[in-house]
Design a protein around this ligand. Structure first.
Ligand SMILES: O=P(O)(O)OC[C@H]1O[C@@H](O)[C@H](O)[C@@H](O)[C@@H]1O
Length: 553
C-alpha cells in the first residue's frame, strides 16, 4: 500500500490537528456540547456473555470531524480488509508466512475457521480436541483423580515458561484469583536467574507438584534450562522413584522437542504455529488458568474474548470499540508526538495487566519497517506502561499531571468489587479516585482558582494544573469475571491490530528479540573458555573480564 503518511486522510488529519491544537480544549468541548459523553462513548454488549462494558472516549481530543477523518484513514489504510484477512486465516504474518489465528482458539460461536483450506476447529489436533483434553486433564487434577507418584493430589503447580508462555498465565490467574481453587498454589518461573526456580522449588513438595513446561517452540533457552533443572530436582528429591509422566506436562507446538525432553506426547497439549506467543493464553498455554479457576471459567474467559471478536469483526468502524481505541493510539502517537500510553487499572487483581499489555503492544508494534520493506516515515508503537491505581497516583502520576509530556491514559474500573469489605467503602473510594483522576487531568486548575484559594503568588506556577490531558475510561458493568477479562484482553489485542494495520507494519513477528539471544549464546561459551572478553568492543570485553575476575570464573 502507499505509505500511510501519503494517504489523503493523513494530510487532512495534519491540518485538523493544527486546528485542534490551537482551538480545542476538552473542558470547553463538554461545556459547549451537553451530548458529548453520549456521542463519544460506546457500550460493549455481548448478549449476556459478559457484563456490559462502557468505553468512554469522550475525554479525548476527539470531535465529529476527528472521528470522520480517523475512520477515513482506517478505510484508506485497509483496516477492514486486513481484519477480514486475519479472520479468513490468510497468512498476514508475512515475514514468517503464517496465519494469525488466535481468534480460532476462542471460537466458541461455531464460526468456520480454516487455514490453507483445513478446518482448524475439528479433527484430531483441532482446537476443540485440545480444549477437550484440557478440560479432562484439569478436571482430573482438580478432583484428585490424577495423582502424583505417591498417590497424593497435585496441588502445587509450577508453570515454567517466559514471554507469552508466562505473562498471560500469570496475569490471568492473578486477575481471576477470586475464582481460584483454594487448595492450589501456583508458581510461575520465567527468569533464567536461578533464584526464580530455586525459590519455587524451595516452596514445593515433589509428591504434590505438577510442572507445566510452557513453550511454543520448546527451544527457548531460559525455559528449557529451567525445565531441566526442575526435572533434575524432581528425580533427585524422589530418589529416582518419581514418575515424570505424572508430574510433567508440556504445552507446546513442538512434539519432537517435547518427546526429546522426556515428556510423553500423551501429556502434551498442542497448538499450532498460527498462534503467536503473546496471543497464546487462549491456547494450551492457558492450562494453568484452567487448572486454577476450573474449565468452566476458562471457557467463559474464551467466550468473553469471542464476543469482543464478534464485535470487532462485525461492527462498522465508527462504532467499533477496538477500532476507535486503535485510531486514537495513532492519533496521539503520530499527530501529537505522544510517546507513551498509560494503562492504569483501578483493580488490584489486575496488577499484572500492564506488564501483559507491554508484550502485546510493544512486541507487536515495535517495528520500523512497513509491508514493502521500506522504513516507516512516521512514528509507530508506543511505550506502554502502567500500574494499578490508586498506587500509581502516589508514585508517577506527578509527571502525568504536571510533566512536559502528553500521556494518553486508559483507566479501568469494575462497577462491583469481589471484595466489598467495610460496607463497600474501599470500592467507593477506589471509584471516586477513578473518576477524580480523569476529571483532574482534563479540567486542571487555573491561576484564578489558586488565587481564590489564597495561594501565594510565587507558588502559583508550581501548583498550576494545565489540564486538557486525555483519558479513556473503561467501566465494567459488574465484577471483572472470566468473561469480562477475556473481552478486555481481546479489546487490547484488536486495538493493537488496528494500530499496526494503519502503520502498515507486521504486528505478528518479533525479529527484534533474536540478536541478543544469539550473542548471549556465544558469550555463554566464552565464560567457560580461557580469555577475558577479547574480540568484543572495549566496554563489553571489559565487563566480561571484570565479571570473570569478580566471580572467579
Ligand atoms: O513460548 P516460547 O517459544 O518459549 O517463547 C517465549 C517467548 O520468547 C520470546 O523470545 C519471544 O519474543 C516471545 O514472543 C515468546 O512469547
Amino acid at each position: 500500500m502507499a505509505p500511510t503518511n501519503t494517504l489523503p486522510a493523513w494530510s487532512e488529519l495534519q491540518a485538523h490537528r493544527d486546528d485542534i491544537a490551537k482551538n480545542f480544549v476538552l473542558k470547553e468541548a463538554f461545556a459547549s456540547d451537553a451530548d458529548r459523553f453520549n456521542k463519544f462513548s460506546r457500550t460493549f454488549k455481548s448478549d449476556g456473555v459478559s457484563a456490559d462494558i462502557l468505553f468512554d472516549f469522550s475525554k479525548n481530543f476527539l470531535t465529529n470531524e476527528t472521528l470522520d477523518l480517523l475512520v477515513k484513514l482506517a478505510d484508506e489504510a485497509g483496516v477492514e480488509r486486513k481484519r477480514d484477512a486475519m479472520f479468513r486465516g490468510d497468512k498476514i504474518n508475512f515475514t514468517e508466512n503464517r496465519a494469525v489465528y488466535h481468534t480460532a482458539l476462542r471460537n466458541v460461536g461455531g464460526w468456520e475457521m480454516k487455514v490453507e483450506g483445513q478446518d482448524v476447529m475439528n479433527g484430531p489436533n483441532g482446537v476443540n480436541s485440545v480444549l477437550q483434553h484440557m478440560k479432562e486433564f484439569s478436571e482430573q487434577v482438580r478432583s484428585g483423580e490424577w495423582v502424583g507418584y505417591t498417590g497424593k493430589k497435585l496441588t502445587n503447580i509450577v508453570n515454567v515458561g517466559i514471554g507469552g508462555s508466562d505473562l498471560g498465565p500469570v496475569m490471568v490467574t492473578e486477575a481471576l484469583k477470586h475464582y481460584g481453587a483454594p487448595d492450589m498454589t501456583l508458581h510461575f518461573v520465567s527468569n533464567i536467574d536461578g533464584t526464580h526456580m530455586a525459590e519455587a522449588l524451595k516452596a514445593s513438595d515433589p509428591e504434590t507438584t505438577l510442572f507445566l513446561i510452557a513453550s511454543k517452540t520448546f527451544t527457548t533457552a531460559e525455559t528449557i534450562t529451567n525445565a531441566n533443572t526442575a526435572k533434575a530436582w524432581f528425580i533427585e528429591k524422589t530418589g529416582g522413584k518419581g514418575d515424570v509422566a505424572k508430574h510433567f506436562v508440556a504445552l507446546s507446538t513442538n512434539e519432537e522437542e517435547v518427546t526429546k525432553f522426556g515428556i510423553d506426547k500423551a501429556n502434551m497439549f498442542g497448538f499450532e504455529s498460527w498462534v503467536g506467543g503473546r496471543y497464546s493464553v487462549w491456547s494450551a498455554i492457558g492450562l494453568s488458568v484452567a487448572l486454577y479457576v476450573g474449565y468452566d471459567n476458562f471457557h467463559k474467559f474464551l467466550a468473553g474474548a469471542h464476543a469482543m471478536d464478534k464485535h470487532f469483526r462485525e461492527t462498522p468502524l465508527r462504532d467499533n470499540i477496538p477500532v476507535i481505541g486503535g485510531l486514537l493510539g495513532v492519533w496521539y502517537a503520530d499527530f501529537f508526538q505522544a510517546q507513551t500510553r498509560l494503562v492504569a487499572p483501578f483493580d488490584q487483581y489486575l496488577h499484572r495487566f500492564a506488564a501483559y499489555l507491554q508484550q502485546l503492544s510493544m512486541e507487536s508494534n515495535g517495528k520500523a519497517i512497513t509491508s514493502d520493506g521500506s522504513s516507516a516515515k512516521y512514528t509507530t508503537g508506543s511505550i506502554l506502561f502502567g500500574e494499578p491505581c490508586t498506587n500509581a497516583q502516589h508514585s508517577f502520576f506527578q509527571l502525568v499531571h504536571q510533566g512536559t509530556k502528553l500521556i494518553p491514559a486508559d483507566f479501568i474500573l469494575a462497577a462491583k468489587s469481589h471484595n466489598p469489605i467495610h460496607d463497600n467503602l474501599h470500592q467507593k473510594m477506589l471509584a471516586s479516585n477513578y473518576f477524580a483522576q480523569a476529571e483532574a487531568l482534563m479540567v486542571g486548575k487555573t491561576d484564578d482558582q489558586l488565587r481564590a484559594e489564597g495561594t501565594p503568588e510565587e507558588l502559583i506556577p508550581h501548583k498550576r494544573f494545565l489540564g486538557n490531558r486525555p483519558t479513556t475510561s473503561i467501566l465494567v458493568g459488574d465484577v471483572i469475571g472470566p468473561a469480562e477479562l477475556g473481552a478486555l484482553i481481546a479489546y487490547y489485542e484488536h486495538l493493537t491490530f488496528v494500530e499496526g494495520a494503519v502503520w502498515d507494519i507486521n504486528s505478528f513477528d518479533q525479529w527484534g528479540v533474536e540478536l541478543g539471544k544469539v550473542l548471549a549464546k556465544k558469550i555463554l561459551k566464552e565464560l567457560d573458555e580461557p580469555g577475558n572478553g577479547e574480540g568484543h568492543d572495549a566496554s563489553t570485553g571489559g565487563l566480561i573480564g571484570a565479571f570473570k575476575s569478580f566471580a572467579k570464573i
